[in-house]
Design a binder for this molecule. Structure first.
Ligand code: ZN
Length: 450
């Protein structure tokens, strides 16, 4: 064997053989300093201040007072949130607008009457009209009875924490010019049926708006579970397996059940967050949401935007969720602000900023990604349509039983490449790389027979 042949063989083994079998890590990456600056700017005092302000409205129940002049109830809280976002928008060179998405929600089986719903939507316009990213939360809340507008419902963690994260992310990101448009959403009407998010997501879908990712935040402010478990260095990301109308026969045929757009978004977040928060990690939960629970990410999935995930704290305390404020048998019930861990909430918010900023500043993902099948073989050929902001592309792959990408090869600025990896034994995908070294989420290929 000649030297160059030996070299080629060793390269092939390193990429396609031994290294893959050992699950060698992807090469280390460095943080992008503009994103690191935004992440660092997240402020725990401001997060706490938002929660305290929201709790001070007494209740944000959907059936509470709806006068705009009131200092109590759901619409007083809505107006306060809108005012905060307008203040942020005033410093964004006209690129940020704030609007209310208001409509009359008809009576349902669970509710006594029709009720006005009004979500607060801030839009930070990016340079590329074809890419929208949503960071969301809900500001309505619920104590023991979700239709009791007269009770006390502090809603500090559920979901004052999510609203605080959205407002703080909007503040630290508003001065930056992004490629993608970012929607900072505080939805109304989550507790009784995901009403506000459903109305908004259906509106986006009807207008044909391209939503590439949704990061929903619901219950992200507490690090101590009701069972005593504590993991202050971890956040959960829930992602659904497949959209409702997936082609299940084809999914079974090619084994793509773990590669929905939600899962690729989850993997992207799990890779991106530790780059900016080295002591904070993402626990990927391959499940749409917790048992008996749901969240606003589902509204986007139902509207056809399948890349939608939910952030939620690692260990919840159920005595502090959906409970009337009371002391019973020496136990304090209720979603009270003293149970917020502001240092944890800061890191949860920073995780959002790291992921969202990378999505919106980074390159668009490649489109029309295909796995080209011409004949039986030992390698894998992928083809894609170029993304306008990309300077090169990476093919990533992992074992079929591995949760996260294990290997990567930069194939340069091309639209087709072959890697010496068996498509029968590994899952492969393609992602864009831009001139700042930022990566898009990976795109799973459609298998095409030629
Ligand atoms: Zn909630």
């Amino acid at each position: 064997m000649r030297p160059h042949q030996l070299f080629a063989l060793l390269c092939a083994l390193a990429v396609g053989g031994f290294a893959v079998a050992r699950g060698a890590a992807q090469p280390a990456r460095t943080p992008y300093s503009p994103i690191a600056s935004m992440v660092d700017a997240v402020n725990a005092d401001r997060l706490q201040g938002t929660i305290d302000a929201l709790v001070a409205f007494g209740t944000r129940n959907d059936f509470s007072e709806q006068s705009s002049t009131a200092r109590h109830g759901v619409f007083a809280a809505r107006d306060w949130i809108a005012a905060q976002l307008r203040r942020i928008a005033a410093g964004a060179d006209g690129r940020m607008t704030v609007a209310l998405d208001t409509y009359l929600q008809p009576k349902t089986r669970r509710t006594p009457r029709a009720v006005l719903e009004s979500s607060v939507i801030a839009t930070l316009r990016g340079d590329s009209p074809g890419r929208i990213y949503v960071m969301s939360s809900h500001f309505d809340d619920c104590d023991g009875d979700c239709t009791d507008g007269a009770g006390v419902a502090p809603g500090a963690d559920d979901n004052g924490s999510g609203v605080a994260a959205v407002l703080e992310a909007a503040r630290v990101m508003s001065a930056t010019h992004f490629r993608g448009t970012i929607v900072f959403a505080c939805f109304d009407g989550e507790e009784l049926g995901l009403w506000g998010s459903s109305h908004f997501a259906r509106g986006l879908a009807a207008a044909g708006r391209p939503v590439l990712a949704v990061l929903n935040n619901d219950i992200i402010g507490n690090s101590l579970g009701g069972d005593g478990a504590s993991e202050p260095n971890m956040i959960r990301v829930f992602s659904q397996a497949l959209p409702l109308h997936a082609d299940f026969a084809r999914v079974n045929l090619v084994g793509s059940e773990n590669d929905s757009q939600s899962r690729e978004l989850s993997r992207f977040i799990a890779e991106t967050v530790p780059l900016y928060l080295p002591d904070f990690g993402v626990r990927q939960i391959f499940r749409a949401d917790r048992f008996l629970r749901g969240g606003d990410q589902e509204s986007f999935q139902d509207a056809g935007y399948s890349a939608a995930i939910r952030f939620v704290e690692p260990h919840e305390n159920f005595t502090h969720q959906h409970q009337n404020v009371r002391v019973q048998d020496g136990v304090q019930y209720g979603d009270l602000p003293q149970y917020i861990d502001r240092a944890y909430l800061r890191r949860a918010t920073q995780a959002n900023v790291a992921a969202l900023a990378t999505l919106a500043l980074g390159p668009a993902p490649p489109s029309a990604v295909q796995m080209v099948l011409k004949r039986l073989g030992y390698d894998s050929t992928l083809r894609w349509r170029a993304a306008p902001d990309a300077v090169s592309y990476e093919i990533v792959w992992r074992s079929t039983d591995a949760p996260q990408w294990q290997q990567v090869r930069n194939v340069g600025d091309v639209a087709q490449a072959t890697v010496p990896v068996s498509k029968d034994d590994y899952v492969l995908a393609v992602r864009s790389v831009d001139s700042n070294g930022l990566r898009s989420p990976a795109v799973y290929p459609v298998a095409v027979r030629e």
